[in-house]
Design a binder for this molecule. Sequence first.
Ligand SMILES: [Ca+2]
Ligand SMILES: [Ca+2]
Ligand SMILES: [Ca+2]
Ligand SMILES: [Ca+2]
Length: 311
Amino acid sequence: MPVDAVIYGPANPSGLIDESGIVDPPDVGDAPASQGIERRDIAGAWAIQSTPNPNNCTVLTTTLELPPLTPPGSVLISAVNYNAYDNGDEGFRLTNVSTQVVTLTNWIATDGNGEGTLNLTGTLQPDQSIWLAKRAITFTQQFGFKPDYEYETDTDPDVPDLTGSAPMLAPGDELAIREGADNWIDAVVWGSSGQITDTGWLTGWIGSNVYAYTGTLATTGQILYRKLDETTGRIVSDTNTALDWANDRTDPVLGRKVMYPGWALERFWQTAKVTDTAALTVAIAPMARPRSVENSTRSSPSTSRSETRRR
Ligand SMILES: [Ca+2]
Ligand SMILES: [Ca+2]
Ligand SMILES: [Ca+2]
Ligand SMILES: [Ca+2]
């Protein structure tokens, strides 16, 4: 049975069937020379037309419903490497913290009006993170893995290039992601001169900016990253403030932390767990290499594993 059909002419002597599956009389007569037949409505009314007038049929109009906008905060800027070791490894990470697949078509990332406007692409599965780097080759050298996209120069044919203008992440700056013209999704503002208002989004950030953790640890190469829940290892709830970020020094438990390229924080978030019977030594030592580790390594018959946590 045809999906759709039109039978035309004075009669249907051949017994043609149409989409209803039966032999029907013609929908319309035979058009004279220089004229045509044209569907006039969705119900199947046809007419002979002396002048073609295609698509002039309101009943056939299809209303395309745009997909619903993504709820703000579904995708978070989860890390920013603005103070890069080697310039090209500069970049940022996005994480889908929602339970839905998010399509990044028609999304941009911007570091301010008149600065970069980067066109995002691809999809993000729930809990998936992607790194977007200025130059893939340099990023790979510093991080030990390839970024998912590169945006300033095509340095690695295996890493897709993003279009648009590249963000240049300054020591004081801001970064925001947006869907369409005005569905702002997330933002972060850092350093002494970053301002949320520079992105065009007035309400995306509250209070003081995020700062790299200064203590005794280097700020060069220090990645701003979001706090992780101690139990689940998942990103803590977004409050649009510096308190969401692990580098922030006001929180002595989940804050005052640093991360540098090459650190696999998420991979080692959960402590090692063993089920075999084992002798366990808990050593508390100053920053120097604990002697107990050296002793256990020397006496180990085959292999030994140690896990060190610095407070
Ligand atoms: Ca800026
Ligand atoms: Ca590339
Ligand atoms: Ca900038
Ligand atoms: Ca936010």
